[in-house]
Design a protein around this ligand. Structure first.
Ligand SMILES: Cc1cc2nc3c(=O)[nH]c(=O)nc-3n(C[C@H](O)[C@H](O)[C@H](O)COP(=O)(O)OP(=O)(O)OC[C@H]3O[C@@H](n4cnc5c(N)ncnc54)[C@H](O)[C@@H]3O)c2cc1C
Length: 251
């Protein structure tokens, strides 16, 4: 019996480490994280305003940056997350976000999917009959995959390099695996890029699984750097699923 995911697992892998140059100290105010200070430092360099004439706290300063649309300052801070328990259809949508992002995803050509997990589509979760019908389909697809890999390994028995032969078998057999097959992906994005992606994918128009993942990522990033993501408001939409809206659109 495969494992079934009903929620994504989001792990923050990396965030900025800011090393302030001793010859250009900023008069910091208020609470902040390294990523937020890095962006403020970059913004202040433009006007050499390290003495902080308005005595603004870092998060107030970043609020104004977002309001004014000076988004390039936010590009200095990068955050890497590991996403697990997400489907191949989700990552197909996710990787369309190009500017400011880097991706590394599990390869179905190299990795054996005989014991792959699957992600239950949110609209199906909680309905026993629908879940039963859906599970029967994905389980039979996985059985077909296992049988195909075995037969392809026999068919290409003449290929001496076993790693290459396995790759040939898996890359062909994966064609029967459903979109709901679980995958893992490392995503690195700068704060500006994350804001754009999260705005689009946490909104009511987004597909439910990527919307659920976007909300989980948003909460992770809001905890890591509130100053970049504080203008997102999470609410329950009319469709009874969570969504988020943003105050400062696409800076
Ligand atoms: C609800 C929803 C439904 C969707 N449905 C579909 C669909 O049916 N079919 C489909 O194919 N896609 C669909 N998409 C994907 C969509 O078309 C975009 O590919 C995706 O949202 C990424 O947006 P982007 O290109 O703005 O992002 P990014 O690539 O991250 O770019 C961010 C911004 O950078 C700038 N930029 C990036 N690259 C360039 C460039 N080459 N030239 C000029 N400016 C650039 C643009 O201002 C762009 O908005 C959907 C997206 C959403 C949110």
């Amino acid at each position: 019996m495969p494992e079934f995911f009903t929620a994504p697992r989001v792990t923050l892998l990396a965030h900025p480490s800011f090393a302030e140059p001793a010859h250009l100290p900023v008069e910091w105010q208020g609470e902040s994280t390294d990523g937020e200070r890095l962006a403020e430092f970059a913004g202040r360099l433009c006007y050499m305003s390290q003495h902080n004439p308005a005595k603004r706290a870092t998060r107030e300063y970043l609020e104004n940056i977002k309001k004014q649309g000076h988004g390039s300052v936010l590009e200095h801070a990068n955050y890497s997350v590991l996403l697990e328990g997400v489907s191949r259809s989700l990552t197909h949508e996710l990787v369309r976000h190009r500017a400011g992002f880097a991706y590394s995803q599990l390869s179905q050509r190299y990795v054996d999917e005989s014991h792959a997990a699957f992600v239950v589509p949110p609209a199906i979760v909680g309905d026993e009959a629908l879940e039963g019908a859906w599970r029967a389909q994905v389980e039979s697809a996985q059985q077909a995959y296992v049988a195909l890999v075995d037969r392809l390994m026999e068919r290409y028995g003449w290929v001496a390099d076993k790693v290459h032969r396995r790759k040939m078998a898996r890359e062909a057999a994966r064609g029967v695996l459903p979109n709901s097959t679980e995958t893992k992906i490392v995503v690195t994005g700068n704060a500006r890029a994350w804001r754009t992606m999260l705005e689009l994918r946490s909104s009511e128009g987004a597909e439910l699984e990527i919307r659920r993942a976007a909300l989980a990522i948003l909460r992770t990033l809001q905890a890591a750097a509130p100053g970049f993501f504080s203008d997102f408001e999470i609410y329950t939409a009319d469709d009874r699923h969570e969504a988020a809206r943003i105050s400062y659109h696409k800076v």
